[in-house]
Design a binder for this molecule. Structure first.
Ligand SMILES: Nc1nc2c(ncn2[C@@H]2O[C@H](COP(=O)(O)OP(=O)(O)OP(=O)(O)O)[C@@H](O)[C@H]2O)c(=O)[nH]1
Ligand SMILES: [Mg+2]
Length: 269
């Protein structure tokens, strides 16, 4: 007697839509071009409204047809852009690590997306990769700040350079895998595993100690603060940043700055 082994039915091809978001000139089109065409264009050619492209990928023997809607970041194109947010499964949300303003604008982009889609469960099902681009340039945003922002929103985080190509393919791979998993999961996005063992408060304190213009600002005090205020502020920050307890990068240097700032302020009180 012979048995025929039933063949596994291949899963049907998936069609997905991804969008790009982020300020003008952060490199959205270059990241997409680097991935799809393996090349880099140095000259800035602003996207006018929307650019559309299709790409096919195979993930775990499953064909995926990816429709890419590359959006213009300039506010002039808001009216064109806003129609393209709906029915999206994935997004790349890009900032330029050499331009702090583009990092600070990330909240705006999440807000624009959420208000255009309106339906909260649809927004929550979108797999988002936050991309800190242009790592080949002098940075104004630390990697940990980007990661902290992304993970606090439940988004993946990558740094990359469309110019050198570093980090681009890895990001798209995670984005597509995340989308396929979410589709197989009935539209429920998998929670991401956070890699940080420290808080936003710690990072903010480290940044302030590093970047403040004077010692009062370093301790978060107004000029002319009393001895008591200085000691209170010192104790609060020392608990937050003590190198024996804090694993946040930069804690050690920040702690030294804190001690110096307290010493010099107490001399003035
Ligand atoms: N040094 C460096 N320059 C980059 C990188 N990625 C993009 N650029 C440059 O940044 C400029 C803007 O890139 P685009 O990809 O057109 O920016 P965009 O975000 O699509 O801009 P809009 O379409 O206006 O929203 C171009 O001059 C690129 O050559 C990078 O990784 N490193
Ligand atoms: Mg563009």
């Amino acid at each position: 007697m012979s048995y025929s082994i039933p063949k596994m039915k291949p899963k049907p091809a998936l069609r997905v839509k991804i969008i790009s978001m982020g300020n003008a000139e952060v490199g959205k089109s270059c990241i997409i071009k680097r991935y799809c065409e393996k090349r880099f264009v140095n000259k800035y050619l602003a996207t006018i409204g929307i650019d559309y492209g299709v790409n096919k990928v195979t993930l775990k023997a499953r064909d995926v047809k990816v429709n890419i809607f590359d959006m213009a970041g300039h506010h002039l194109f808001y009216e064109v852009r806003n129609e393209f947010y709906k029915n999206t499964q994935g997004a790349i949300l890009v900032y330029d690590v050499s331009d702090r303003g583009s990092f600070e604008a990330l909240d705006y982009w999440v807000q624009e997306m959420s208000s255009e889609i309106a339906n909260k469960s649809e927004v929550d099902s979108i797999v988002v990769c936050v991309c800190g681009n242009k790592t080949d340039l002098r940075r104004r945003v630390e990697e940990t700040e980007g990661r902290l922002w992304a993970e606090a929103h439940g988004f993946y985080f990558f740094e990359m350079s469309a110019l050198t190509g570093e980090g681009v393919n890895e990001m798209f791979q995670v984005l597509f895998e995340g989308i396929v998993k979410t589709c197989d999961n009935g539209g429920r996005r998998e929670p991401i595993t956070t890699q940080l063992g420290y808080s936003k408060e710690q990072i903010e304190a480290i940044q302030r100690l590093k970047n403040a213009r004077n010692d009062y600002e370093r301790l978060g005090l107004m000029p002319g603060a009393s001895k008591d205020d200085v000691n209170k502020a010192y104790r609060r920050l020392a608990v937050l940043l003590h190198p024996d307890k804090s694993v946040a990068p930069g804690s050690e240097d920040a702690f030294k700055l804190l001690v110096l700032a307290r010493t010099s302020l107490l001399k003035r009180c």
